[in-house]
Design a protein around this ligand. Structure first.
Ligand code: FAD
Length: 403
């Protein structure tokens, strides 16, 4: 039987297995993951998993979902090398697996911070269930928590820790939070919100040095001030796991380069999810996205390619981030030339920022406004013109403008 090998144990891998099982192709699939578990939901790891008294992993599907349909699971198995000429995948335990089609769903790994070498005992990044378990356990004894990075994961963890009564300091080197991802209005709202919940946020933060020993970091020096630290969580972004692909000679540029059908520069090898640099039909250039939506939709697109039902990837990007009591939802890709219009009042803790490309609604960021988000998904997908002045009025539901 001709095999489809999927490398990765995350959201994209889970979805492509599900799509292939649905198409009756489960028996052709081998899932190779270096994690010890079947794929699980990552978003709760920075949210509910850190605060619930006895958290359980949220499996995307049970083991039996895969094995019952013939998928061979090779867990705790790291893929080391692709031999493209022989169409073989070499694993760390010395096994060689033949493939007809190979799907790389290797995701990303957390970026690390120079200056923390040798002080690892209380320094954390968060990507996997094992990372979350370690972080959760150590946080129980910690009073002073230092979060480095004001991105989505840093803010989610800071909010969760503050709700647990920890003294949380968050350092962001940019002049505003989430500067590359959201509007100044949303940054400003989140800054005020997290500060009101006790998170000590320092913008434009310039770390001078960490002090500590092999037991871990004890304090951090910042603009001439020393802050006490019981644990450090580094949330400064992620880098794509592209080495397997680049070592095999596949084109990589901040991600494994794929075409609109998820094929890499070798047509027998596809790539999906956080690890890909794909052609964005919205931006007209290559883009790498880190989101559940993108992982799932690219997996569906790749499954269609493998099944000979090729369809170009045209999914609308959407994303969410839960930060304590705040739910931020984003749809579309905001661009510098878009006009921003505020819908609702920031001080109500519930508003949306609408981005217009001419008269067309192109992207929307919503704070605690799920109905705006759901309507925006339809409007943005339809590329619909929306009257900006009327859309500012929160008494008019956004869905009124659906054609
Ligand atoms: P991943 O889920 O990262 O999976 C990659 C897998 O490949 C991993 O299992 C990895 O161990 C494995 N792997 C890598 N290399 C090899 C190899 N050589 N051999 C074998 N296996 C290998 N997104 C949202 O939209 N909303 C959220 O609220 C949100 N919250 C998040 C919170 C946290 C803490 C994290 C870490 C991420 C969050 N994300 C969120 C992002 C989301 O989880 C990712 O976009 C998604 O997991 C991407 O799926 P993926 O399958 O591409 O990669």
């Amino acid at each position: 039987m001709s095999h489809i090998i999927v490398v990765g144990g995350g959201h994209a891998a889970a979805q492509i297995c599900a799509s292939l099982i649905e198409a009756g192709q489960g028996e052709r699939v081998v899932l190779v993951s270096d994690e010890a578990y079947v794929p699980y939901q990552r978003p709760p790891l920075s949210k509910s998993y850190l605060k619930e008294p006895e958290p359980a992993p949220a499996w995307i599907r049970a083991d039996s979902f895969y094995t019952g349909k013939g998928v061979a699971l090779r867990l705790s198995s790291r893929a080391m090398r692709i031999d493209r000429q022989a169409c073989q995948l070499h694993l760390a335990d010395g096994t060689t697996l033949p493939y007809e089609q190979l799907v790389l769903a290797t995701g990303t790994r957390a970026r690390t911070l120079p200056g923390l070498e040798g002080m690892g005992a209380n320094v954390h990044t968060l990507r996997t269930l094992d990372d979350a378990a370690r972080l959760r356990q150590q946080s129980q004894q910690a009073e002073h928590v230092l979060v480095v990075g004001g991105g989505f994961i840093g803010l989610e963890i800071a909010a969760t820790m503050a709700l647990q009564g920890k003294r949380v300091t968050l350092l962001e080197s940019a002049p505003r939070l989430l500067a590359r991802s959201v509007s100044p209005e949303v940054s400003q709202f989140l800054l005020a919100h997290h500060r009101s919940r006790g998170v000590d946020i320092r913008l434009d933060a310039c770390i001078e040095r960490f002090e500590g020993d092999e037991q871990g970091v004890k304090q951090v020096w910042l603009n001439g001030e020393a802050l006490p630290v019981d644990m450090v969580i580094v949330g400064i972004g992620a880098v794509p796991n592209e080495e397997l692909a680049s070592d095999a000679g596949l084109l990589c540029e901040n991600g494994i380069v794929v075409d609109e059908n998820m094929r890499t520069s070798d047509p027998q090898i596809l790539a999906i999810g956080d690890c890909t640099a794909f052609p964005s039909h919205i931006l007209g250039r290559r883009l790498r996205l880190e989101s559940i939506q993108n992982a799932n939709d690219q997996a569906r697109c790749a499954a269609a390619t493998l099944l000979g039902q090729t369809q170009a990837y045209r999914a609308l990007p959407w994303f969410w981030s839960d930060q304590g009591e705040v739910r931020l939802q984003i749809v579309g890709l905001a661009q510098p030339h878009h006009q921003r219009v505020l819908r609702g009042q920031m001080h109500d803790g519930k508003f949306s920022v609408l981005y217009f490309d001419g008269e067309v609604l192109a992207a929307v960021e919503s704070i605690n406004s799920p109905s705006d988000h759901m309507a925006a998904r339809k409007l943005v997908a339809a590329g619909q013109a929306v009257p900006a002045e009327q859309a500012q009025d929160v008494s008019v539901p956004l869905k009124t403008f659906e054609a």
